[in-house]
Design a binder for this molecule. Structure first.
Ligand SMILES: CC(C)(COP(=O)(O)OP(=O)(O)OC[C@H]1O[C@@H](n2cnc3c(N)ncnc32)[C@H](O)[C@@H]1OP(=O)(O)O)[C@@H](O)C(=O)NCCC(=O)NCCS
Length: 252
């Protein structure tokens, strides 16, 4: 059924040979290329380029056409949305980049969000959790030995980011208005928040030993959704799509 598939690609930035970056840059549009040039650190520029190339490559693998030709609008809180013809299924995309890793996800119709984080980031997790997380999230972290609390903090962080990116509100959504329970994985909404946990699918991934990734999808039948998640390299990313066909990669 349309909208029951989600495809997610990630790319390890260090796996890309220097000679392949021009091919990846060629997938971007002029605005993205100009923005990429403005990054101070090369590592940030490369993961930015990789994430935007992944989103474009994934859209073209799904629906055909040139990756650099996709156009986007931006929602009131900054969420990019694909401009597709009104007759086509509405394609939805989200991307994320962190040190050493980029990821993108495509779905049809439904709200989708993704977040990746670098585990060595070693945040001052206790302070940040007390400042931003819901009490039930803080309590889960406090119950863990310090060595496990940092990773659990980043697990909750990536899930919260994936959720606020799926709903498109970014940090306009108070981060303590909803909470994640890690085991078993579930979301809880505070009183006054109009959302329903039964409409959500969340997944966590460990794409590399140094990174965490979380996916959030709003869907009327979350248990019927097929998620295809794969690491791609520069060759796969830059491969020209074959004959166009909506949802082709999702139905392989
Ligand atoms: C912008 C935000 C949506 C994500 O920021 P982030 O996690 O730093 O960055 P990511 O790499 O995961 O995602 C950035 C991409 O999300 C997309 N994006 C931007 N605004 C978005 C929004 N409102 N909703 C969904 N996606 C959005 C864009 O494609 C953006 O790419 P670009 O910056 O290269 O143009 C927002 O949540 C933010 O500013 N977060 C800051 C971190 C923070 O304090 N988190 C607290 C978590 S507990």
């Amino acid at each position: 059924m349309a909208g029951d598939s989600v495809v997610l690609w990630w790319l390890e930035v260090e796996s890309v040979a220097a000679a392949d970056w021009p091919r990846i840059e060629a997938l971007l549009d002029d605005t993205e290329r100009a923005r990429a040039r403005r990054f101070h650190f090369e590592r940030d520029r490369l993961s930015y380029m990789a994430a935007h190339a992944l989103a474009r490559g994934l859209l073209s693998a799904w629906a055909g056409g040139e990756p650099s030709a996709w156009r986007f609008t931006v929602g009131p809180h900054g969420k990019p949305e694909v401009l597709t013809p009104v007759t086509a299924p509405r394609l939805r995309v989200n991307l994320s980049h962190t040190r050493g890793l980029a990821a993108a996800v495509v779905a049809e119709e439904h709200d989708v969000g993704i977040d990746v984080e670098w585990l060595d980031r070693r945040p001052a997790s206790g302070d940040l959790a007390r400042r931003f997380f819901a009490p039930v999230e803080c309590a889960q972290l406090e119950a863990l030995p310090p060595a496990m609390a940092d990773e659990a903090f980043l697990s909750i962080w990536t899930l919260k980011e994936a959720y606020i990116k799926a709903i498109g509100k970014g940090l306009a959504q108070p981060l303590d208005s909803f909470a994640f329970i890690l085991d078993p994985l579930a979301i809880r909404f505070e009183a006054g928040m109009e959302d329903d946990a039964a409409d959500w699918l969340f997944r966590q991934f460990r794409p590399t030993p140094r990174h965490l990734m979380a996916l959030a999808l709003r869907h009327p039948r979350p248990h019927g959704v097929t998620i295809t998640a794969s690491a791609v390299n520069a060759d796969r990313l830059c491969r020209q799509p074959e004959a166009a066909g909506p949802g082709r990669i999702s139905r392989r």
